[in-house]
Ligand binder design. Structure first.
Ligand code: NAG
Ligand code: NAG
Ligand code: NAG
Ligand code: NAG
Ligand code: NAG
Ligand code: NAG
Ligand code: NAG
Ligand code: NAG
Ligand code: NAG
Length: 411
C-alpha cells in the first residue's frame, strides 16, 4: 500500500491519497480518496486497457495496445467542492492521462464522462505517427447509480470505437460516499445482472425462491393535468406500470407519482401529456380527435435511462386506445395494456382521462372500457341532478336481471 500526501486542493482541504498496487501481473487500479476529515469520499478499483489507432508517416493505419499501465499517479483526483464534482484523474506511461468525473442529482449519482488523452510525440509507443501531438477523446457515459450504492461491473465494458477503444472490467466505484463508509450494497451493470442469472454464484440443486419473479405490486395512482390560458384543459388519473423487454428479459417499473413531473399542451385537434422523472427522460401521451366527434390515444413516445447508462427510446404514432366521445372522459378501472411496441408496454390501472373539452377543471361523463363492464358499454352519467333517475334505472335493471335469473332456474 502506497500513500501520497497531496498539496492542499482549494476548497477540499488536505487530501491523502492511498493506492494499493495489486500484484505485478494484474494492473488493477485502486483509489481511496479522503476528505479533510480523513473520511473516504470516493472509492474506486478497476482494470482497463486501450487500443489506439493512428496514421503512420507512410499513410498506413497502425494500432497500439496499452494494457500494462505501469505505475500510475492520481494527481488532480478530488472529492469535489461546491463548484466541481468529484473526479478521478490518473496519469500513466509516457503522457497518458485518464479522467472520469461524477455528478449528483437527487437520489442518484452519475459516472458522467470519461476523457482519455495520449501524446503521439512519444516515439516509443507511436514511433512513426504522422501527426504528433496530444489527442483527447471524451465519452459521455452517464451511468446512473443510486446514492449510497457501489457500482460494480465485473463484465467487460467497451467504450468508443474508431481511433480509441477502451475496455473496462472488474470495476467497483462509489462516489459521494456517505459518512466515510464505502457501501456494501452493489448496483450491478446490466451485463453482470445477466451473468448472475445465467451462472448462479452459489451452485445449488434446490431452486432458490428468489429466482421466481414476484408478482409486481399495483402502481400508485397519480393525478395529472395540463393547464393553458383557459384553465385546466387535460385531466388524467392513472396508475402506470412500464414493461420494457430487453434481450428477452422484461423489466417492470411502477411509476411513482410522488416523484414524477408532468406538463403538456392542448390544441383543438391534439393534446399532449408529458411525464418525466429521474429515470424517465420523457413519456409522452399524445391524444387526437377522429371523425370530429371522438378522441383517442394516438401516440406514445418514450425515452428512458437504462441502468447501464444507455437510453431506451420508442415512439409509436399509430395507436388506437382509450377511444371515447368528445365531451366525455374515458375510464377503465381494470388493468389494461397499451402495447407501444414488442419491447415496450404500459399497463394502466384505475385509469380516467379527458384530453379535450374539460369544463371547470372537472371530468365529464365517463365512457367505460369494455373490460369494466362485460355486457355493453354503458356511459356512467355523472350529474347530481340525474342521480335520482339513475338509481331508479339501476334498481329497475337489477330487478329485471333477478327476474330473468329466476326464470332460468324454473326451467
Ligand atoms: C488524518 O490522518 C493523518 C495520518 O493518517 C493524521 O496525521 C491526521 O491528523 C488526520 N487528520 C484528521 C483531521 O483526523
Ligand atoms: C483488454 O482487456 C480485455 C479484457 O480483459 C481483453 O479481452 C483484451 O484482450 C485486452 N486487450 C489487450 C490488447 O490486451
Ligand atoms: C485509416 O483510418 C481512417 C479513419 O481513421 C480511414 O479514413 C482511412 O481510410 C484508414 N486508412 C487505411 C490505409 O486503412
Ligand atoms: C466532466 O468532464 C467532461 C469532459 O471531460 C466535461 O465536459 C464536463 O463538463 C465535466 N462535468 C463536470 C460536472 O465537471
Ligand atoms: C450518516 O450518518 C448520519 C448521522 O449519523 C445518519 O443519520 C445517516 O443515516 C448516515 N448515512 C448513511 C448512509 O449511513
Ligand atoms: C411484460 O412483457 C412481456 C413481454 O411482452 C410479457 O411476457 C410479460 O407478461 C409482461 N409483464 C407484465 C407484468 O406486464
Ligand atoms: C407518495 O406520497 C404519499 C403521501 O406523502 C405516501 O403516502 C405514499 O406512500 C408515497 N408513495 C410512494 C410510492 O412513495
Ligand atoms: C415522437 O417521436 C417522433 C420520432 O422520434 C417524433 O417525430 C415526434 O415529434 C415525437 N412526438 C412528440 C409529441 O414528441
Ligand atoms: C446497455 O444495454 C443495452 C441492452 O442490453 C445495450 O443495447 C446497450 O448497448 C448497452 N449500452 C452500453 C453503454 O453498454
Amino acid at each position: 500500500m502506497v500513500c501520497f500526501r497531496l498539496a492542499p486542493v482549494p476548497g477540499s482541504g488536505l487530501l491523502l491519497l492511498c493506492l494499493v498496487l495489486g500484484a505485478v501481473s494484474s494492473y488493477a487500479l485502486e483509489l481511496n480518496l479522503t476528505d479533510s476529515e480523513n473520511a473516504t469520499c470516493l472509492y474506486a478499483k478497476w482494470q482497463m486497457n486501450f487500443t489506439i489507432r493512428y496514421e503512420t508517416t507512410d499513410k498506413h493505419n497502425k494500432t497500439v495496445t496499452i494494457s500494462d499501465l505501469g505505475p500510475a499517479t492520481y494527481s488532480g483526483s478530488s472529492c469535489g467542492d461546491d463548484q466541481n464534482g468529484p473526479k478521478i484523474a490518473v496519469q500513466f506511461g509516457s503522457g497518458f492521462s485518464w479522467i472520469v468525473n461524477f455528478t449528483e442529482e437527487k437520489s442518484f449519482y452519475s459516472i458522467d464522462s470519461i476523457s482519455f488523452s495520449y501524446n503521439t510525440n512519444d516515439n516509443t509507443t507511436f514511433p512513426d505517427a504522422k501527426e504528433k501531438g496530444v489527442f483527447i477523446v471524451s465519452d459521455h457515459v452517464a451511468f446512473r447509480v443510486p446514492l449510497n450504492d457501489i457500482f460494480r461491473c465485473n463484465s467487460l465494458l467497451t467504450l468508443g470505437k474508431n481511433d480509441v477503444v477502451q475496455h473496462y472490467w472488474d470495476v467497483h466505484v462509489q462516489a459521494f460516499v456517505q459518512n466515510g463508509t464505502v457501501s456494501t450494497k452493489e448496483f450491478l451493470c446490466d451485463k453482470d445482472k445477466t451473468l448472475t442469472t445465467v451462472l448462479p454464484i452459489v451452485p445449488t440443486t434446490v431452486p432458490s425462491p428468489t429466482t421466481t419473479p414476484s408478482p409486481k405490486e399495483k402502481p400508485e395512482v397519480g393525478s395529472y393535468s395540463v393547464v393553458n390560458s383557459n384553465g385546466t384543459c387535460l385531466l388524467a388519473t392513472m396508475g402506470l406500470q412500464l414493461n420494457i423487454t430487453h434481450d428477452k428479459v422484461a423489466s417492470v417499473i411502477n411509476i411513482n407519482p410522488n416523484t414524477t413531473n408532468f406538463t403538456g399542451s392542448c390544441h383543438p385537434q391534439t393534446a399532449l401529456l408529458r411525464l418525466s422523472s429521474s429515470s424517465i427522460k420523457y413519456l409522452d401521451f399524445v391524444f387526437a380527435v377522429k371523425n370530429e366527434n371522438r378522441f383517442y390515444l394516438k401516440e406514445v413516445n418514450v425515452s428512458m435511462y437504462l441502468v447501464n447508462g444507455s437510453v431506451f427510446s420508442i415512439a409509436n404514432n399509430n395507436l388506437s386506445y382509450w377511444d371515447a366521445p368528445l365531451g366525455s372522459s374515458y375510464m377503465c378501472n381494470k388493468e389494461q395494456t397499451v402495447s407501444v411496441s414488442g419491447a415496450f408496454q404500459i399497463n394502466t390501472f384505475d385509469l380516467r382521462v379527458q384530453p379535450f373539452n374539460v369544463m371547470e377543471g372537472k371530468y365529464s361523463t365517463a365512457q367505460e372500457c369494455s373490460l369494466d363492464d362485460d355486457t355493453i358499454l354503458i356511459p356512467i352519467i355523472v350529474g347530481a341532478g340525474l342521480s335520482g333517475l339513475i338509481i331508479v334505472i339501476v334498481i329497475a335493471y337489477l330487478i329485471g336481471r333477478r327476474k330473468s335469473y329466476a326464470g332460468y332456474q324454473t326451467l
